[in-house]
Design a protein around this ligand. Structure first.
Ligand code: NAP
Length: 550
C-alpha cells in the first residue's frame, strides 16, 4: 500500500514513474512483471476495462488462436505453467482471455494497471516522457514502453454507406461483450482473412441465411483441433523447458524441427506425402514446414498452392463456389488462416458466397449490400476488415521526440527502427515487438518474452552505468531498416497485397513491416548487440535538449 501511494504521488504534472507501459495485453503484463521485479516504479495504462489486449477486444464468434495453446503462454513464471490448464489444442478467445486474467491476478498485477485510460499524446521533456490521456490522469516517466500490439488498431471502414445500414453493424475487432444472437437473421460478412474465416464457420451455425462477401480468397489450413488429454498436458509440462528453448531458436517461435529438404529434392510422390502429412497434422504451418524454399521460390510455392486448391475443390461441392474460394497468391505471403470446417460451411444450403472480384461491392445501404450485380437484403452485417497493423496503434498516439519531432513524421515513409525496439530521436521509447522485428511472423508470446528480456537488460545496463537515456544511432537504424528490406526482398512476401506491407490501409506507405529471418536468427542478432556493449545504441548521462512542445 505504501508503495502504491508513493507511485501515485501527484506533483502537479501527473503521476511520476520510472516507466510507463502502454497496453495490458500479453506484452504489457510481461513487461510490468519484469519492471516490478527490477524494483522500478512502473504502471500500465490500458484503454479497455480489463486485461487482454487483442484478446479483450476480439470477442467475435469463433475467435481462437492459431498457435497451439500449450505454446501460446508465458514461460517466465513456473506457477503459471503449473496452475493453468489448457482445454483444447487451439484455445478459444474466452479461454485465452481467462488465462490473461488469471496471470494478472496470480502475479498481482492488477493493482499496477489503470484501466479505461486512452493515451493521446506523449512528448519528450528533457529526459522524461510526459504522457497525456483522454481524461485523467497524466503521467511522467523516464521510460515509455509501448506494448500497444500489432493487431490492435482496426482499419478504418472504407466501404461507403456502412453508417446508413438500418440493421446491426458489428465490427469483429470490437465485438459486444454480451455476444450477439443471430438466430433467424439474414447475416452478411465482409472480409475473409483469419477473422472472417473463423467467424463465418460459427455464425453459419446460427443465422437463417449467411452471405459472405469475399474480395480475396485466402488459404486456410484445417486446425485438426481436439481436446487436450491429461497425459498430453503432463508430457508438455515435463518437457516444457526444452520445448520453449526450441521455439525460441526456431523461425516461427514454435517447437517444430526445421526441415532441411527443398521442394524439388524429392519426387512428386514424396512431396504429396509430405503435404498430406502436414494437412493431417493441421495448423498454420501445415504446409510451410514441409520444405525449405516455401517462402522463397515461386515454383516450389506453386506446388503447395496447388495442393491447397485441390483440397478446396474436394471439400466444396459446388464447382463454381469452390473455384471462387481458390486463392491465387503465393501461399503463406498473406497470413495463412486456420479453420474448423470453413470450406465445408459453403456446402450448407443457407450459406452463399458473393465473389467481389466478379461483382464489386458498390455500397452498403439501409437494407443491405449493393454489388454491381445485385442487392442482398440483410438484418445484420459483420465487418471483418482487418487492422492498421503493426504501426497503427503506435501512430495513433501523437508521440513527439527530440526537438518536438513527431513519430508520424519520422515514419512517414515507413517505420524506422533499430531491431524493432527503438527509433532514433525518441530516447527511452521502447517498443515490444515493434515493426522490423519478427513479431507477427512468429508465436507472439515467444517474441514478446524476448523483447521484454532485452528491454529489461537495457534498463539494467543503463542503471549500472548511470545513463539517463538510450536510443539507436542513426546509422545503425538505417542499416537495420536496409537489412530488413533486403531480407524481405529475398522472399515472396513483399509481392502479396497483405497487411504485412501496409497496402490494406489507404495512404499507408507500402513497406514490408516484419523481420523475416526468424526468431532464432533475430535472437542471435540481439544477443550479439548486447554482448558487444549495445553496439548501435547511444547512451547519455545528461538529459537531451529540453524541448517543450506547444
Ligand atoms: P485481414 O487478414 O486483413 O483480412 C481482412 C479482410 O477484409 C480481407 O479479406 C480483405 O480483403 C477484406 N476487406 C478489407 N476491406 C475491404 C473492403 N473495403 N471491401 C471488401 N473486403 C474488404 O484481417 P483479419 O482477418 O482481421 O486478420 C488480421 C490478422 O489478425 C491475421 O492475419 C492474423 O495474423 C490475426 N488473426 C489471428 C487469428 C488467430 O490467431 N487465429 C484470428 C484472427 C486474426 P482483401 O484481402 O481483398 O483486402
Amino acid at each position: 500500500m505504501a508503495t502504491q501511494m508513493a507511485i501515485h504521488e501527484d506533483v502537479g504534472t501527473g503521476v511520476h514513474l520510472d516507466a510507463l507501459v502502454v497496453g495490458a495485453g500479453f506484452a504489457g503484463l510481461a513487461m510490468q512483471f519484469r519492471l516490478r521485479a527490477m524494483g522500478l516504479r512502473s504502471r500500465i495504462v490500458e484503454r479497455g476495462d480489463g486485461v487482454g489486449g487483442t484478446w479483450y477486444w476480439n470477442r467475435y464468434p469463433g475467435a481462437r488462436c492459431d498457435i497451439e495453446s500449450v505454446d501460446y503462454c508465458y514461460s517466465f513464471a513456473p506457477e503459471l505453467l503449473d496452475e493453468w490448464t489448457w482445454s483444447e489444442r487451439f484455445a478459444t478467445q474466452p479461454e485465452i482471455l481467462a488465462y490473461l486474467e488469471f496471470v494478472a491476478e496470480r502475479l498481482d498485477l492488477l493493482r499496477d494497471i489503470d484501466f479505461g485510460v486512452n493515451v493521446t499524446t506523449a512528448r519528450l521533456v528533457g529526459d522524461q516522457w510526459a504522457v497525456a490521456t483522454s481524461g485523467q490522469p497524466t503521467y511522467q516517466a523516464r521510460f515509455l514502453i509501448m506494448a500497444t500490439g500489432n493487431l490492435s488498431e482496426p482499419k478504418p471502414v472504407d466501404i461507403p454507406g456502412f453508417d446508413q445500414f438500418n440493421g446491426q453493424v458489428l465490427r469483429t475487432s470490437n465485438w459486444p461483450k454480451d455476444g450477439v444472437d443471430f438466430t433467424g437473421q439474414r447475416v452478411g460478412v465482409i472480409g475473409t482473412g483469419s477473422t472472417g474465416i473463423q467467424a463465418i464457420q460459427v455464425i453459419a451455425k446460427q443465422a437463417a441465411e449467411l452471405t459472405v462477401f469475399q474480395r480475396t480468397p485466402n488459404y486456410s489450413m484445417p486446425a485438426q483441433n481436439r481436446p487436450l488429454t491429461d497425459e498430453y498436458r503432463a508430457q508438455v509440462r515435463e518437457t516444457f523447458t526444452a520445448r520453449r528453448e526450441m521455439a525460441r531458436n526456431s523461425d516461427g517461435g514454435v517447437p517444430f524441427p526445421a526441415t532441411r529438404t527443398a521442394t524439388f529434392d524429392v519426387s512428386e510422390q514424396e512431396r504429396e506425402r509430405r503435404y498430406w502429412q502436414g494437412w493431417r497434422r493441421g495448423g498454420i504451418n501445415a504446409l510451410s514446414h514441409a520444405f525449405t524454399d516455401y517462402f522463397a521460390d515461386e515454383v516450389a510455392n506453386a506446388t503447395a498452392q496447388e495442393f491447397a486448391r485441390e483440397r478446396i475443390r474436394e471439400i466444396v461441392h459446388d464447382p463454381a463456389t469452390a473455384e471462387a474460394l481458390c486463392p491465387v497468391h503465393h501461399i503463406g505471403t498473406k497470413r495463412t488462416c486456420v479453420d474448423i470446417e470453413y470450406y465445408q460451411t459453403y456446402n450448407l444450403p443457407h450459406v452463399h458466397l458473393v465473389d467481389l472480384r466478379q461483382e464489386p461491392l458498390v455500397s452498403i445501404d439501409s437494407a443491405g449490400v449493393q454489388t454491381t450485380e445485385r442487392h442482398v437484403d440483410l438484418d445484420a452485417l459483420v465487418l471483418a476488415l482487418g487492422f492498421d497493423a503493426i504501426t497503427g496503434a503506435m501512430l495513433g498516439i501523437d508521440i513527439r521526440g527530440r526537438d518536438g519531432q513527431a513519430l508520424q513524421q519520422a515514419w512517414s515513409q515507413g517505420p524506422r527502427t533499430y531491431l524493432g525496439l527503438m527509433t532514433h530521436d525518441f530516447p527511452n521509447l521502447f517498443m515490444i515487438t515493434g515493426p522490423q522485428s519478427p513479431g507477427v511472423l512468429s508465436n507472439m508470446v515467444v517474441s514478446i518474452e524476448q523483447h521484454v528480456d532485452v528491454i529489461g537488460q537495457a534498463l539494467a545496463f543503463m542503471a549500472t552505468h548511470n545513463y539517463r537515456t538510450m536510443e539507436p544511432d542513426r546509422a545503425a537504424e538505417r542499416d537495420w531498416v536496409d537489412h530488413v528490406d533486403d531480407l524481405a526482398a529475398q522472399t515472396l512476401y513483399p509481392q502479396a497485397k497483405s497487411w504485412y506491407t501496409g497496402v490494406n490501409v489507404e495512404g499507408k506507405p507500402r513497406v514490408f513491416l516484419p523481420y523475416v529471418n526468424g526468431c532464432g536468427n533475430y535472437r542471435k542478432k540481439c544477443q550479439d548487440v548486447i554482448d558487444s556493449g549495445w553496439r548501435g545504441f547511444v547512451f547519455a548521462k545528461e538529459p537531451s535538449t529540453v524541448q517543450v512542445n506547444p
